[in-house]
Design a protein around this ligand. Structure first.
Ligand code: NAD
Length: 244
C-alpha cells in the first residue's frame, strides 16, 4: 500500500522540475494529483497519467485559485494535500531591482502560497484534516541568493509557521522545506558553466547538487501521515550547504 492511498493532492508548479517529480512520486504512492501550472504545454505532458489532472492556474490570481479549488471540491469532494511549489527566480543585484521586479517576485513566490492556503484551508478545516507543504529556499536562511527572491522565500517561511500555529487545532499540518541548489530548469543557466558547477559542488558537504527527486521524497514524507505529529517544521534539503 502506498503512502498516499486515496489522497487528493494539489501541487502548484506541477509541470516542471521539482513539482513534476513530486507529481510522479505522489502517484507512485497511490495519490491522485491535481498538477496546477501556467505552462500549458508541459502540463499536457505531465497529465498523461490517469491519476494526474492538469489544471491551468496562475498562482497570482485569486480568481484562478477560487475556480480551481471549487472545481476540485466539486469533482473530488476534498483536498488532502496542498504543495505550494510554483515559483520564479531572479539574478538581479539589489541596486538594479525595480518596484515592478519586487512586486512580480512577491506576487508569485509569496502571495501565491498565501492565496493557495487561503483558498484551500476552509475545506481542510471542514474535513478536520490536511497537510500543506510550502517550498521556501535555503536563501531564506542565510545571506545567499538575490534580494527579491530571498525576501519572497523569507515570507514563505513566516506564513508557514503562522499557519501551522493557527490551524493545528483543526487537524491541519503546515510545514516548509528549504532546498539548496537543485538541478531543475530553474537552475539550468547557473549549472551550465563547468567552473561554477565545480565550485558549487566542492562548497557542498555532500559533494553534489540536489535532484528534484531528493526534494520530492522529503516533501512526500511531510505531506504523508508518516509525519502525523510534525507541523511548523523547517526541513533543509541542501546537502549540508547552510550548515557550514
Ligand atoms: N531549483 C532550485 O535550486 C531551487 C532551490 C530552492 C527553492 N526552489 C523553489 O522550488 C520551487 C520549484 O522550482 P524548480 O526548480 O522546480 O523550478 P522550475 O522552473 O522547473 O518549476 C517552476 C514551475 O512553476 C511554474 N510557475 C511559475 N510561475 C507560476 C505562476 N505564476 N503560476 C503557476 N505556476 C507558475 C512554472 O511554469 C514551472 O512549471 C520554486 O518555488 C523555487 O523557487 C528551487
Amino acid at each position: 500500500m502506498g503512502k498516499l492511498e486515496n489522497k487528493i493532492a494539489f501541487i502548484t508548479g506541477g509541470a516542471s522540475g521539482m513539482g513534476k517529480r513530486m507529481t510522479e512520486l505522489f502517484v507512485e504512492e497511490g495519490g491522485y494529483v491535481i498538477a496546477a501550472d501556467i505552462n500549458k504545454a508541459q502540463l499536457e505532458i505531465v497529465s498523461r497519467h490517469d491519476c494526474v489532472e492538469g489544471k491551468i492556474l496562475n498562482v497570482t490570481s485569486e480568481a484562478d485559485w477560487q475556480k480551481a479549488v471549487d472545481e476540485v471540491i466539486s469533482d473530488h469532494g476534498r483536498i488532502d494535500i496542498l504543495i505550494n511549489n510554483a515559483g520564479i527566480s531572479s539574478e538581479k543585484p539589489m541596486h538594479e531591482i525595480t518596484i515592478d521586479d519586487w512586486d512580480t517576485m512577491m506576487r508569485v513566490n509569496s502571495f501565491g502560497p498565501f492565496a493557495g492556503m487561503k483558498h484551500v484551508l476552509p475545506h481542510m478545516v471542514k474535513q478536520q484534516y490536511g497537510s500543506i507543504v510550502n517550498i521556501s529556499s535555503y536563501t531564506a536562511l542565510i545571506g545567499m541568493g538575490t534580494n527579491t527572491y530571498t525576501a519572497s522565500k523569507g515570507a514563505v517561511r513566516a506564513i508557514s509557521k503562522a499557519a501551522s500555529a493557527q490551524y493545528g487545532k483543526d487537524g491541519i499540518r503546515v510545514n516548509a522545506v528549504f532546498p539548496g541548489i537543485i538541478k531543475t530548469p530553474m537552475t539550468e543557466k547557473l549549472t551550465e558553466s563547468s567552473e561554477i558547477l565545480k565550485r558549487l559542488i566542492s562548497a557542498t558537504p555532500l559533494q553534489r547538487l540536489g535532484t528534484a527527486d531528493d526534494v520530492a521524497r522529503s516533501v512526500l514524507f511531510l505531506a504523508s501521515d508518516d509525519a502525523s505529529y510534525i507541523t511548523g517544521a523547517e526541513l533543509v534539503i541542501d546537502g549540508g550547504f547552510s550548515a557550514q
